[in-house]
Write a protein that binds this ligand. Structure first.
Ligand code: NDP
Length: 400
């Protein structure tokens, strides 16, 4: 049977992607949800069968174990593996895809467990191997990375002769009512925001202290928010793939309560990834912290407000300067009504499904690609169709 997708992971993002695959049943005829905790896959599968009459299988798998993955892939024979586990599993899953000649899609680049550092170099090293095996890997097919890269490629294709400046603005105006919780996997989220900031300017990376650069921005649909410059993984690929770029930065909004809690947790050592001994066994403080924080997948029913994520792009067309802002506004409560998840999982799960659909169409050549390397039009059309409509503005307020 054609149209088989194996989703790895059963958390917040995987839940949305699975709903979207089931809604798109002309393309996705059968899905398998395979994750570490099988009971989560079974609970989700029940919902999908009841809601859509979907053809869903489940399995337990340790995605750190390539041999286990190979066995499962050989049994199920999917056209594509959609990796929605954690960034630590990217390489073991890519190895299993290579061994079984199966397409691969993910939403976050590889990160070793013992250093809070993410880079594409490990996954880009698979380019030749994937090409020679005749299979495709699509990297970073979430919202950011993901849609933000597609937005840049769309701007480059349709509006600009040259792009010089890109600011990616990620605003979550949602409120879940907890003093402190993270909207996606707490361990990955806290590693990302407690690292040094970094942006690319005039051919080199400029590093800042964490949260050193702050701006206020008035977001359509949300209102005024403080946002902070962070390093984010799509900066690495966009700085390479958008030719002639002079500067690219990434900003994310944070509320004061989140920042105060984070500072305190950092100060007492709870965000550390260095193992410590506790009652005779080794634990990693950040993993312990994850265990006491609310699961991102549980925030959906409590979250109100909207997200607004997009790119402000500046450059030239026909010798004249041009500014362009393209963004999506997503409503937490609407997402919850539709698929039982909040908007951060939704805005990631929808493009993950779209990436898998495009890879399954066979129109992407073999190799390893970041989303901005594809023709953006099909992706942009699918965003409108599958729940993430985008808006354009040709006179945006610039960040400064
Ligand atoms: P969750 O923590 O909610 O879910 C992660 C899932 O992966 C869980 O079901 C977990 O299983 C499973 N898992 C973890 N380790 C393994 C393993 N070794 N083998 C099998 N399954 C495993 O995370 P999210 O859904 O919030 O995030 C998923 C991914 O999406 C992350 O990589 C995150 O970085 C990325 N992301 C990307 C965004 C983007 O815009 N590009 C935005 C947000 C997230 P268990 O239930 O047993 O813990």
């Amino acid at each position: 049977m054609k149209g088989k997708c194996m989703i790895i992971g059963a958390g917040g993002v995987a839940t949305v992607a699975a709903h979207k695959c089931c809604q798109n049943n002309e393309v996705f005829k059968q899905i398998m949800i395979a994750s570490r905790t099988k009971s989560k896959c079974d609970t989700l599968a029940e919902v999908l069968r009841e809601k859509y009459g979907a053809n869903v299988l489940t399995a337990a798998v340790d995605a750190d174990n390539t041999d286990e993955l190979i066995t499962l892939i050989n049994e199920f024979q999917p056209d594509v593996v959609l990796n929605l586990a954690l960034p630590y599993q990217d390489l073991s899953i890519m190895d299993a895809c290579l061994a079984t000649k199966t397409h691969y899609v993910d939403t976050a680049n590889y990160e070793p467990t013992d250093t809070a550092k993410f880079e594409y170099k490990w996954q880009w090293a698979y380019r030749e191997k994937f090409k020679n095996a005749g299979i495709t890997a699509l990297l970073g097919s979430g919202f950011d990375p993901g849609v933000t890269g597609v937005f840049c490629a769309y701007a480059a294709k349709h509006y600009f002769d040259t792009i010089e400046y890109i600011d990616i603005l990620d605003c979550n105006g949602g409120d879940h009512g907890y003093p402190f919780a993270t909207n996606f996997n707490p361990e990955i989220n806290i590693r990302e925001v407690s690292a040094n900031g970094r942006y690319w300017q005039d051919g080199k990376w400029i590093e800042t202290a964490p949260m050193q650069i702050k701006r206020e921005y008035d977001f359509d649909g949300v209102g005024k928010k403080d946002m902070y410059l962070l390093y984010h993984e799509e900066l690495e690929s966009l700085a390479l793939n958008i030719k002639g770029l002079k500067r690219i930065r990434f900003f994310m909004t944070f509320g004061q309560s989140y920042l105060t809690h984070l500072k305190c947790l950092e100060n007492v050592g709870m965000t550390s990834i260095k193992p410590i001994m506790y009652e005779g066994r080794e634990i990693i403080p950040l993993q312990f912290l994850k265990a006491v924080l609310p699961e991102p997948a549980s925030l959906g029913s409590r979250t109100v407000g909207k997200t607004n994520i997009g790119c402000i792009i500046s450059g030239h067309k026909d010798g004249k300067p041009l500014n362009y802002y393209v963004y999506n506004i997503c409503d937490h409560e609407e997402c919850y009504k539709e698929v039982g998840s909040q908007a951060v999982s939704y805005t990631t799960g929808v493009p993950a499904m779209i990436g898998a659909m495009l890879v399954m169409s066979g129109e992407i050549p073999p190799g390893v690609f970041n989303v901005e390397e594809l023709d953006p039009d099909a992706f942009m059309g699918a965003l409108n169709k599958w729940g993430l409509p985008w808006q354009e503005c040709f006179e945006p307020v610039l960040v400064g």
